[in-house]
Design a protein. Structure first.
Length: 331
């Protein structure tokens, strides 16, 4: 049996974190369109190559989460993406959930799909070179009404089943109950919901006897909602984020990674730095790092515009952002 703990721990190598490049076809299409880039399978491949083919990324990245389509594709160097990443010491991972759908009894809330044929798909992803996986659940805040306890619980049950199957298949699971930034809520409300989601998740993981030491938690930071006028300082974000995590995540987990969730690249960088400092102050027991999609990609996409001649400038902006986020880990 593969020992998953060292693989999970290697994602937290000093100064390194994860690039989440696992946008589904639907999300990648919308993301590229927002930069005026028309999409096609070839444009998506070039989009991935922009971020995976950049020289020097291995200084900053321990892992990359891929979309299943990308596992089978080749970079401009004619090498399969997972092989070329692994050759540079970057672990390839894969998103294995199949997206969300509304919950029939609470249609404003979402439940994540993808358990039905999961074992077969995991065997295939492993053959294709994946070492770890991700499953994203989505938790929406709306005043005191949402999330409902049952939406949190149903999503936790699926995350637990996912984690168990992934560990059985010899892969590391990342469990992501994402509390959305969208909304008018306060930072205190976000903190309480993050705590509730993670507390419920770990109670279900315990019931299902899922091994904690070889799993990674991916969480949102505690932030005021995107429609709230409140501008949180990094210190406020750090204090509330650590409070929620210290009250809910057992010390045995391999580590915790953060999503950027719609924060600007600078916000996601500054908040990470403050979180790392706060973690030291409160003697947080787990390693922490980033697992960002938008905060690492946005500046580069703005420059790239889907054009070959813009690749060097776009990659320079991406490497610059990677260096800043990595420096925040040593804050
Ligand atoms: P963002 O950093 O853009 O939030 O994406 C991270 C992620 O993996 C969401 O599932």
């Amino acid at each position: 049996m593969t020992d998953l703990v060292p693989i999970a721990r290697s994602l937290f190598a000093e100064g390194k974190g994860i690039l989440a490049a696992d946008e589904s076809v639907h999300t990648a299409t919308a993301r590229l369109a927002s930069y005026g880039i028309p999409t096609s399978a070839e444009m998506r491949r070039k989009y991935r190559d922009l971020f995976f083919g950049a020289e020097g990324i291995e200084q900053f990245l321990s892992g990359v989460i891929l979309f299943s389509e990308t596992l089978r594709e080749k970079g401009n160097d004619k090498k399969l993406f997972p092989k070329s990443l692994a050759a540079r010491g970057i672990l390839p991972g894969v998103k294995v959930d199949l997206g969300t759908e509304p919950i029939s009894t609470s249609p404003e809330e979402l439940i994540t799909q993808g358990l039905l044929d999961l074992p077969e798909r995991l065997a295939e992803y492993k053959k294709q070179g994946a070492a770890f996986t991700k499953w994203r659940a989505v938790i929406r805040i709306d005043g005191d009404q949402l999330p409902t306890a049952s939406a949190i619980h149903e999503n936790a049950k699926r995350l637990a089943q996912y984690a168990k199957e992934v560990q059985t298949a010899g892969l590391v699971p990342i469990l992501e109950p994402e509390v959305l930034l969208e909304g008018k809520h306060s930072r205190a409300r976000a903190r309480a919901v993050i705590k509730e989601a993670l507390t419920t998740l770990f109670s279900v993981l315990e019931e299902q006897s899922v091994d904690r030491a070889s799993l990674v938690v991916k969480t949102s930071m505690a932030l005021s909602g995107s429609e709230s006028p409140r501008k949180d300082t990094p210190e406020e974000v750090a204090e509330d984020t650590l409070a929620a995590l210290m009250e809910s995540v057992p010390r045995q987990v391999a580590g915790i990674v953060f999503l950027s969730g719609g924060q600007s690249p600078d916000q996601a960088t500054d908040n990470l730095g403050a979180i790392i400092r706060r973690a030291r102050e409160v003697s947080a027991p787990w390693p922490l790092t980033f697992s960002y999609a938008r905060a690492l990609q946005d500046e580069a996409l703005e420059l790239w515009k889907g054009k070959e001649e813009n690749v060097p400038a776009a990659r320079a902006a991406y490497l610059d952002r990677l260096a800043k986020v990595s420096a925040a880990l040593a804050a």
